[in-house]
Design a protein around this ligand. Structure first.
Ligand code: CO8
Length: 271
């Protein structure tokens, strides 16, 4: 595996009570979900901390890419069932947890997901809010909410169907059938498969490689791809065109094309 630049912990990786652990590696902001006793089940506090940290890095010019990781055993086995078990329709409505999830969906910088083990329910939905998913070959990905009397609620019926089509989405959501990592790759739900032992370092390498690219172009390209889920083809192409024109206002466009002509490696400044 390629050597990785040194990481700088921001929260102590040994602190067992922190819900998320953060560190940086160059221009990559790394977040690890840290509730190992419950397979990284996502409770409201954790999701709030995640949104706050991501928004902080989204506004920080020193960070151009984020890497979101679980553990080797579990990316996240879903929303926290214990937290939801006694809720009522009104209490769920009033606490409006999804507002926090929507904040994560609005992050502009690319998010790489390092997924190993279980990515279930809300875990699968969180994974689908990331941009490039590096899945270990042991990953199990699904929406098993049907088995506990509910259904996906954080965008699963919509994002999964858009990603894999109706036939597979119905099988995963109605039958509660988990996909293997190989199946998830075949249907386009994850970007790349890696051996289990490289679940984290392979994803970090992808994030570090992205961080070397022109960061304004990265953000606008992410925006354009996400619009493909929302706009029709004519509107989507027009939107893409405007973003494409905008990139000609960046120094990185001048540098990238000049470097190509001069047969040298471009040195991007992120502006
Ligand atoms: N919530 C809370 N605790 C969990 C969760 C979860 N989603 N998943 C696992 N745990 C806990 C277990 O209860 C267990 O705790 P304990 O040791 O105290 O008994 C511990 O994690 C280890 O789990 P298991 O012993 O069950 O481990 P196994 O290896 O035997 O099984 C499984 C692993 C198959 C992943 C199993 O734990 C499982 O089926 N988990 C639940 C998966 C699930 O149903 N996920 C969907 C949850 S609902 C959801 O995500 C809705 C999202 C939309 C709304 C979001 C905002 C409100």
């Amino acid at each position: 595996m390629t050597s990785l630049t040194e990481t700088k912990p921001m929260s102590s990786p040994t602190s067992s009570d922190a819900l998320i652990l953060t560190e940086t590696s160059g221009a990559v902001g790394i977040i690890r979900i840290n509730r190992p006793k419950v397979l990284n089940a996502l409770n409201p506090e954790l999701m709030t901390q995640l949104a706050v940290q991501m928004e902080k890095w989204d506004a920080d010019s020193a960070i151009s890419v984020m890497l979101l990781a679980g553990s080797e055993r579990a990316w996240a086995a879903g929303a926290d069932i214990g937290d939801m078990a006694e809720q009522t329709a009104i209490s769920m409505y009033e606490r409006d947890q999804f507002a926090t999830w929507d904040r994560i969906a609005r992050i502009k910088k690319p998010i790489v997901a390092a997924v190993s083990g279980y990515a279930l329910g809300g875990g699968c939905e969180l994974m689908m809010m990331c941009d490039i998913v590096i899945a270990a070959d042991n990953a199990q990905i699904g929406q098993p909410e049907i088995n506990i009397g509910v259904m996906p609620g954080a965008g699963g019926t919509q994002r999964l169907t858009r990603a894999v089509g109706k036939a597979v989405a119905m099988d995963v959501i109605l039958a509660g059938r988990n996909l293997t990592a190989q199946e998830a790759l075949a249907v386009g739900l994850v970007s790349r498969l890696v051996p289990r032992e490289h679940w984290f370092d392979a994803a970090l390498k992808v994030a570090q490689d992205l961080a070397k690219k022109p960061s304004v172009a990265l953000r606008l390209a992410k925006e354009a791809v996400l619009k493909a889920h929302e706009l029709n083809l004519t509107e989507g192409v027009l939107h893409e065109r405007k973003l494409f024109y905008m990139l000609f206002a960046t120094e990185d466009q001048k540098e990238g094309m000049k470097a190509f002509a001069e047969k040298r490696k471009a040195s991007f400044k992120g502006r």
